[in-house]
Write a protein that binds this ligand. Structure first.
Ligand code: ADP
Ligand code: MG
Length: 760
């Protein structure tokens, strides 16, 4: 590591100003690249509902870098704050901010949720009460209100003589005289309501002189609103944003546009926001969605392509250490594990920097695969580190690794936040001296002060619980550190393409042989005592059980109170053989409890969801989940994966509060039907309408501004192919279409990707 060449990840680059950071970017292309990757990963974290990491990303879209001098001038008007638009003060701006965003461009992306058909009807008979209608009427008698609280009523008749009252609260008489004089013919448009015998229209949206329908648009877009913001205001503001949209060169392939019947970008915006009939918006919004997806896929493809050029170093070995490990084990690798190891070792041997995702269901044997990679680095004379999201899991990993490599003369060093004083200093020395080849730890590994002698590989376990930022900090600790991210969250293909598109992916299919399906049953909480009775019998027979208590969101605690209460209940039955582990216990205490569970001292382990990932106690055969209806599908699957790891048959009991809602029932049914994580994840995506992986609460619609997934995944497929094709033909985006595509990237705020081109 060359001091000063690294952009310290904790430096708040956004705050140092754009001009400054872009200079840095030119000087430090590689780090810039990694920050781009960081940004992409952060987005994924956001999607999964995790807190965002500290802001250091120069590449974050929008706000902070609004005035980026990198942005082409032609796009400036679009990226100005909405307050620059006429009639938008701070108050309206904040309302607009709620539905769209802070800049003019955000308004362009606010697609109408529907359209109102204002084509005139022949008569009132064709109007449906409750719906908006446009009819020609002859104005009749005007009924004056008796008090201020009553409205004006103007009795009108359509051409067939049917009556329609126009109703106005607090109307001024001169205005009525002018707009609705008795005997006049008018075209009125608004919501028709039934009022006693008659029909009425309260405050028509439009009133024009019948004859010419001028002034009433035949079709009007409807936008999502927020309290205090009217459709009328919003339309006016959007019209101004539209006027700011410059005419841009076409970035889509001409033949493809023709085949789809898609209009140009400007035309598409126009058709979406100013539709002329009820159907014409479809093609237009499809085109805009495709623009958005293409920008995303192109950015990811650029990051991938550039990363392949980043120099790393070739790490390889003869494989002796790994062979030694396997020789001492009672089992062989599965074909899936063999393939994964081959993928990873090939990647490490290449002279670029590896960034690979190892994706495998719970219990698929990822640790062994990772260990092959780690031993390869160690044998080549470097160091390898494995980082777990919690101290408990780090401890567990060290334990597993120790057993797996017992047959070799290597050892793994565990460093956690619990290490203090002399012990810690000693461990730090061994890491800095290079003596410790395999290091296991938590993020304590990457806090300042831990220096590696020669770190070549970082394995990050259970990425979804781990700050990407921290991984990056670790990356900065070694030159050209290869990174392997392990996740047990099966990622549906749609999500993989958009959210992990920058990583190379190795998928570990299937499970090691000899593992049994976990029998899964659902019971109402009212049967709790039966469950406890069954548990007593099982414990008598020597079985071990997890008992999971959920987060209690209502009172904002982390479920510890509920878990403690459950423990008190179970202690009355199981005595000291019931114990509790939760996130706030001191690390040493947690480890002690886990140790006692692993050894069988403790038979019933009450836990909050802190333990959901990674724990491996093969002897545990029972999983009880209280209030299963509060958990997401993927999360339940993860929890269930904690049992069924040994030879004995295992079971999972889902206790739910009756009556079960429809969504919760679908989740529990799915879980009983399948134990294939990928199938479950796909189903999860369908059930939740997109991407609410692992309990994150955002819906698919929010992931993209325009595109709707998974409904439009065919567009995503096409965008992915197109991005590849584009880069194959014009890797520098220098041709005519390439230059237009750069504009597209800017338009969707993928400046990071554009800068990759410019610094590379
Ligand atoms: P996960 O992918 O959930 O991290 P682990 O790596 O914890 O899975 O592996 C689950 C269990 O399977 C461990 O107890 C591990 O020792 C065992 N295991 C891994 N690979 C094999 C194999 N090829 N054959 C038999 N058991 C295996
Ligand atoms: Mg694991």
């Amino acid at each position: 590591m060359v001091a000063g060449r690294i952009i310290r990840p904790h430096t708040n680059l956004a705050a140092t100003g754009w001009r400054h950071t872009s200079t840095l970017a030119r000087t430090f292309g590689v780090d810039e690249l990694y920050q781009a990757i960081d940004w992409l990963l952060q987005r994924r974290n956001r999607i999964q509902g995790k807190p965002e990491d500290q802001k250091c990303d120069v590449t974050a879209p929008g706000r902070a870098v609004c005035s980026s001098p990198m942005r082409p001038h032609i796009l400036y008007p679009l990226f100005e704050p909405v307050t620059r638009l006429e009639g938008v003060g701070p108050q309206t701006a904040s309302l607009v901010g709620k539905v769209a965003g802070a800049r003019a461009v955000d308004l362009l992306w606010l697609l109408p949720s529907g359209v109102i058909d204002r084509n005139p009807l022949p008569s009132l008979a064709a109007a449906a009460p409750g719906r908006i209608a446009t009819v020609a009427v002859t104005v009749g008698h005007r009924q004056r209100p008796h008090s201020n609280r009553q409205p004006w009523r103007i009795g009108c008749r359509d051409d067939c003589g049917e009556r329609l009252d126009l109703v106005f609260f607090r109307a001024r008489e001169p205005w009525l005289d002018r707009e609705l004089p008795p005997g006049a013919r008018r075209l009125v448009s608004g919501r028709i309501e039934r009022y006693g015998e008659a029909l009425q229209m309260v405050h028509p949206d439009h009133i024009t002189h019948a004859g010419g329908a001028a002034g009433i648009p035949p079709v009007e877009p409807v936008y999502p609103l927020t309290e205090g913001l009217t459709t009328r205001t919003l339309r006016k503001i959007i019209a101004q944003a539209l006027a700011r949209a410059p005419s841009l060169p076409e970035w889509q392939d001409g033949a493809w546009l023709e085949r789809r019947g898609w209009p140009s970008w400007n035309e598409a915006l126009e058709r979406v926001h100013r539709p002329r009939d009820t159907a014409m918006g479809t093609h237009a919004s499809e085109r805009l969605a495709f623009d958005e997806l293409l920008a995303e896929q192109l950015a990811l493809a650029l990051v991938r392509a550039t990363r392949r050029q980043v120099s790393g170093r070739s790490v390889k070995s003869s494989g002796e250490l790994a062979a030694g490990m396997m020789a001492a084990l009672a089992f062989a690798m599965t074909p899936a594990q063999d393939n994964a190891v081959r993928d990873i070792l090939e990647d490490m041997a290449r002279p670029h920097r590896m960034l690979r995702l190892l994706q495998g269901d719970v219990g698929s044997g990822k640790t062994l695969v990772a260990l092959h990679a780690m031993l390869t680095a160690a044998e080549a004379g470097h160091q390898a580190a494995l980082i777990a999201p919690t101290g408990l899991l780090a401890h567990q990993h060290r334990h597993t690794i120790r057993e797996l490599i017992a047959g070799t003369d290597t050892s793994a060093l565990l460093l956690t936040g619990a290490d203090r004083g002399r012990v810690r200093a000693d461990k730090l020395d061994r890491i800095a001296g290079g003596e410790a080849r395999l290091v296991v730890g938590t993020h304590a590994l990457i806090t300042e002060g831990v220096d590696f002698h020669d770190l070549a590989l970082v394995v990050v376990d259970e990425q979804h619980r781990f700050g990407v930022h921290q991984r990056l900090q670790l990356g900065a600790k070694g030159r050209h550190v290869d990174t392997l991210v392990m996740t047990a969250t099966p990622i549906p293909r749609t999500l993989q393409m958009t959210e992990y598109g920058d990583l190379d992916v190795t998928r570990l299919d299937g499970r090691p042989p000899g593992r049994r399906a976990v029998e899964t049953r659902a019971l109402p909480l009212a049967r709790l005592e039966d469950v406890v009775a069954a548990l007593v019998r099982a414990v008598h027979k020597g079985e071990r059980a997890y008992w999971i208590c959920p987060l209690v969101e209502a009172n904002g605690d982390d479920g510890i109170a509920a878990a403690e209460q459950r423990l008190r209940h179970l202690v009355r039955i199981f005595g000291a053989r019931a114990a509790l582990v939760h996130g706030r216990l001191p690390a040493a205490e947690k480890e002690e409890v886990m140790e006692r569970f692993a050894s069988g001292d403790v038979a019933v382990l009450v836990a909050t969801t802190v333990i959901e990932v990674g724990l491996d106690v093969p002897e545990a055969t029972i999983m009880v989940i209280e209030h299963a209806e509060r958990f997401g599908l993927a999360q339940l699957h993860q929890l269930r994966g904690r049992v069924g790891r040994g030879a004995a048959p295992s079971s999972c009991l889902l206790l739910y509060a009756a009556p079960l809602g429809e969504a919760a029932r679908a989740r529990i049914d799915m879980l009983r039907r399948s134990d294939d994580g990928f199938e479950i994840a796909e189903q999860d995506l369908v059930l939740r309408g997109g991407g609410e992986l692992l309990g994150a609460r955002q819906s698919g619609a929010q992931r993209f501004r325009i595109a709707e997934l998974p409904e439009q995944s065919w567009l995503l497929d096409a965008a992915c192919d197109d991005a590849r094709l584009v880069l194959a033909r014009d890797p520098e985006l220098a041709g005519e279409r390439g230059r237009a595509l750069r504009l597209l990237l800017h338009l969707f705020e993928r400046q990071a990707a554009v800068r990759l081109l410019e610094s590379g």
